[in-house]
Design a protein around this ligand. Structure first.
Ligand SMILES: *Cc1c(COP(=O)(O)O)cnc(C)c1O
Length: 389
């Protein structure tokens, strides 16, 4: 814990930012560790998780999938049933409450595919706090509907044309805004990445996933699961799903990452976006371009704690191809009546392999990070293209 307080996870994490920004982050770290422990803060967080997000989310036995796999019972942690359809809202609610306690009157955020932007705009609307979302120009073109959603929700979406007009440029623009306006502005970061204290903040608020899941599996099975499986993009749903099981050495922690962006299985230690992690580099040392079919997993780096869990051997990470994810996107829809997000379909695909190797007395938990409504158009178009070949 002491180590984590400094934002250091083995050799990973830390904070590699200019001095002005470091001062803002130091204040954020101090306030976070103090405020997040206060009883009225905890009560308020739980209130909104229940009344606005709809927690707790069920832990559903996927009985048809289990039967087909023929091994351990497969339980799905249903983050897809949260308001806005994914786990991201847990972190957003926590950070906005923190921002308000710190006296901020304005929220800014970055978004790539638009999912974190939509979650942030949603909660800012409910909390009646102004919201500015930085988004790369290219990403805005690709994700027109999410831009429209954010605007419907009352957010201002600022196009970023510098660099390549992608996520990294949006992060840089948001950080620039923060340094200039830190007195009234809070930067709400969307995944378990970035300089300290963000990875620890995001883990803290997403840990509700494993806090519930651990209680639920013991109620249902009377014992711990053999494994917890989650997909990893930046790593927030996975670290939230792992958190309360990390100390339970008998529980395997398994991350599924896209074969098209394999930061954990093929990355090398490097500083990316202000923190050190396992990351995919090109020969010239620049971050490598990635292209997962799941927009939320398309990131060349990974949270520092996952980098450490991997190198220390506590967690295991495997790659899943876009085709395998697509297969389980359809399979879960067909056999369980649940259309998963393409991101989550990576976890399902690998989770079924894990379940097959275990006995029917055992159980595993797969974190279903989000619902697939957002992906139906894309899958439809991919199928059309396939059929036209
Ligand atoms: C954003 C997103 C992810 C990836 O982000 P993490 O920080 O790795 O959790 C995974 N699943 C869904 C549904 C998402 O929206």
């Amino acid at each position: 814990m002491a180590e984590e307080k400094l934002g250091q996870f083995g050799e990973f994490g830390g904070s590699y930012v200019p001095e002005g920004l470091q001062e803002v982050l130091d204040r954020l770290a101090d306030d976070f560790y103090k405020i997040s422990q206060e009883p009225d803060f905890i009560e308020e967080f739980n209130y909104y998780l229940k009344e606005f997000v709809g927690r707790e989310s069920p832990l559903t036995l996927a009985k048809n999938l289990t039967k087909k796999a023929g091994g351990a019972k497969i339980y799905l942690k249903r983050e897809d049933l949260n308001h806005t359809g994914a786990h991201k809202i847990n972190n957003v609610i926590g950070q906005i409450l923190l921002a308000k306690k710190m006296g901020a009157t304005r929220i800014i955020a970055e978004t790539g595919a638009g999912q974190h932007g939509v979650a942030t705009a949603t909660a800012c609307s409910m909390f009646d706090i102004p919201c500015v979302i930085y988004m790369g120009e290219l990403d805005m073109k690709r994700q027109e509907l999410n831009v429209f959603r954010m605007e419907l929700l009352g957010a201002e979406v600022v196009p970023v044309s510098s660099g390549q007009g992608r996520l990294k440029d949006a992060v840089d623009a948001a950080l620039g805004d923060l340094v200039e306006n830190y007195e009234n502005t809070f930067y709400l970061l969307g995944s378990a990445v970035g300089p300290h204290p963000y990875p620890s903040i995001v883990k803290h608020f997403q840990s509700v996933i494993s806090e519930e899941a651990k209680r639920q599996i013991i109620e249902k099975e009377g014992k711990l699961p053999k494994a917890v499986v989650a997909c990893v993009g930046g790593g927030s749903n996975a670290i939230g799903a792992f958190a309360h099981f990390i100390e339970e050495k008998g529980v395997r922690l398994i991350g599924a990452e896209p074969a098209e962006a394999p930061s954990l299985t093929e990355g090398v230690p490097a500083v990316l976006h202000g923190f050190k992690c396992l990351t995919l580099l090109k020969e010239n040392g620049e971050p490598a371009p990635t292209h997962s079919i799941a927009a939320g997993l398309d990131y060349p780096g990974i949270g520092p704690e996952h980098s450490h869990l991997k190198t220390s051997g506590r967690a295991e990470y495997y790659t899943v191809t876009g085709d395998e994810a697509l297969e389980y996107f359809k399979e879960l829809s067909r056999v369980e009546g649940i259309i998963p997000a393409l991101e989550s379909a990576h976890a399902i695909a690998h989770g079924v392999k894990v379940a097959k190797e275990l006995s029917p007395e055992d159980s595993i938990i797969i974190n279903l990070s989000g619902r697939g409504d957002k992906d139906v158009n894309q899958v439809f178009e991919m199928e059309q293209e396939k059929n036209n070949k």
